[in-house]
Design a protein. Structure first.
Ligand code: XMP
Length: 505
């Protein structure tokens, strides 16, 4: 078993997930509980996760130094490396420059951690402080132009540290680093297991028993999988509702209704709530406020329908990245309030059931394939709960929604025509709220700026922008400015996550 100490990193659970994928058990523990867990579990290795704080912060999270006296290998990641640097007698200083996203690391492969790796590799960073002097006995085994001490190894004590994140998909060979640590250094062995769908269904049945449940179906893969699992568990005691918030994409509601009526046996109903949502959002410009209002309105609309059915349970397709970005663990920083997590008001009449809460998107896709959910649902791009409201910067109203819908449908249509829709995570348009000057015919035209965002990701925690061919970008731009009267300018968003998030709000 590998023990992961959670200092509040957005990717702490992802470290655990990667190791579980290798067939090795993990346990995530908070720093103040480490000693008691250590005695009981006797792990073969310890990983110190990243975290949002600085080791210099007055209440910086530290860990009992006894963990370095157990003759158990330790790997520090990001903040975890900095803790090692500080606690083991090295030096940590605020970085000269913040480093977020990809960078090239030069590394030495003459050590157990980097064995089998090339001498240069793209790695993903997200940090400010850096180790400037490694602890005594530790050699520098990796550096970047900005961070001379990017990775360290003390082969004798089996202490290792990396400033970058080997657990994220975008770090090249990250899985080799984790494998080297787990198998080569800690001496673990693999016993691989698939996700146990029968157990998921059993858990739902045991929770809901003979009561009634309602499910919020968005038409996307997460809520669909949650609904199908629940239907297997409780059959006709489940009713699924699709709430048309008025914040949906062009033709989306019609498509979802057709799809669900055709493909699924559960009781499926539509709630038209456009007017309520738009009136609640009137005058609201703050992104977090928008998210909270939408979450609140959503649950109220639901409650009133569910009351008619005397349903006690609400099934949600929340997955782990939604939880973590809404501050799902004790020390994690809140990034944004995801509609189906933090957006819910404290008081509502349901017991929430989230069968996928501990899973990542690719795991949900795997379950969906096993459940034989139609391909167009499995491959449908993720669409956030708050819908187009978080893609309209500033106040949301019908006119802006119309503009965005038209632009967005052009983006999707062209991406599909180019045959790359299934290969990417998401493609969408954003109404930036920035008005700029254009020229139409011989006249000045002061109009809207649309941004195109097109990204690839596997685990949601990191993302890179897709290098779309210029011809395709040109086609999208030409069509948007010609077909959407209000738009005079189209820009392409070329930011990675981190430091950006995928959605603009
Ligand atoms: P961010 O913008 O956080 O997005 O990098 C990561 C992924 O999550 C989706 N997203 C949401 N999904 N409710 C959801 O169900 C939400 O409130 C929400 N906010 C973002 C986003 O579309 C992207 O795929």
């Amino acid at each position: 078993m590998i023990l992961i100490i959670d200092f509040g990193s957005q990717t702490c659970h992802l470290i655990s997930r990667r190791i579980k994928d290798l067939g090795v058990a993990t346990e995530i523990v908070l720093p103040h509980k480490v000693l008691s867990v250590l005695k009981e579990k006797k792990p073969k290795g310890i990983i110190l996760s990243g975290g949002p704080a600085s080791v210099y912060a007055p209440n910086a999270l530290l860990v009992d130094e006894k963990i370095f006296e157990l003759a158990v290998p330790v790997l520090g990641i990001c903040y975890g490396l900095q803790i090692m640097g500080q606690m083991l007698g090295g030096k940590v200083t605020p970085g000269r420059k913040k480093e977020y996203g990809p960078t090239i690391c030069t590394l030495k492969s003459n050590n157990s951690l980097f064995k089998g790796l090339p001498s240069k590799m793209k790695v993903w960073m997200s940090h400010f402080d850096t180790v400037t002097l490694p602890p005594q006995g530790a050699a520098i085994i990796g550096s970047t132009p900005e961070v001379p001490v990017t990775a360290i190894a003390d082969e004798k004590k089996k202490f290792y540290g990396v400033q970058f994140h080997p657990e994220v998909q975008h770090t090249e060979n990250g899985s080799i680093i984790l494998k080297n640590f787990i198998f080569r250094i800690c001496g673990e062995t693999s016993t691989k297991k698939n996700i146990d769908i029968t157990q998921l269904v059993k858990n739902i049945k045991e929770t809901i028993k003979d009561s009634r449940a309602v499910c919020a179906l968005s038409g996307g893969i997460d809520s669909t999988v949650a609904a199908v699992l629940t239907y297997q568990a409780i059959g006709s005691s489940l009713t699924c509702f699709y709430v048309d918030t008025g914040l949906m994409r062009l033709g989306e509601t019609e498509e979802v209704i057709e799809n669900f009526k055709k493909n699924f046996k559960f009781d499926f109903r539509v709630i038209n709530a456009e007017e309520i949502f738009l009136s609640k959002l009137k005058g609201i410009t703050d992104p977090e406020e928008k998210r909270k209002i939408i979450g609140e309105t959503f649950i109220r609309v639901f409650e009133s329908e569910a009351k008619k059915l005397a349903a006690e349970f609400l099934i949600q397709g929340t997955i782990y990245p939604d939880v973590i970005e809404s501050k799902g663990t004790l020390h994690a920083e809140k990034i944004k309030t995801h509609h189906n997590v933090g957006g819910l008001p404290d008081k509502h009449g349901f017991t929430i059931v989230e069968p996928l809460r501990m899973l990542y998107k690719d795991e949900v896709r795997q379950i969906a394939k096993t459940l034989k959910i139609p391909q167009n649902i499995i491959h449908r791009h993720v669409f956030p709960g708050p819908g187009l409201a978080v893609r309209i910067i500033g106040e949301v109203n019908k006119e802006k929604l119309e503009i965005l819908r038209k632009a967005d449908s052009i983006v999707i249509e062209e991406i599909k025509k180019a045959g790359i829709y299934d290969d990417i995570w998401m493609a969408f348009a954003v109404l930036t709220g920035i008005k700029t000057t254009g020229v139409a015919g011989d006249e000045r035209k002061y109009g809207e700026t649309i941004a195109i965002r097109c990204i690839e990701s596997k685990d949601t925690m990191t993302a890179d922008w897709v290098r779309l061919p210029y011809d395709l970008l040109a086609r999208i731009s030409e069509r948007v400015v010609n077909e959407v009267f209000e738009v005079v300018r189209v820009v392409y968003d070329i930011t990675t996550k981190p430091p950006s998030t995928m959605e603009w709000e």
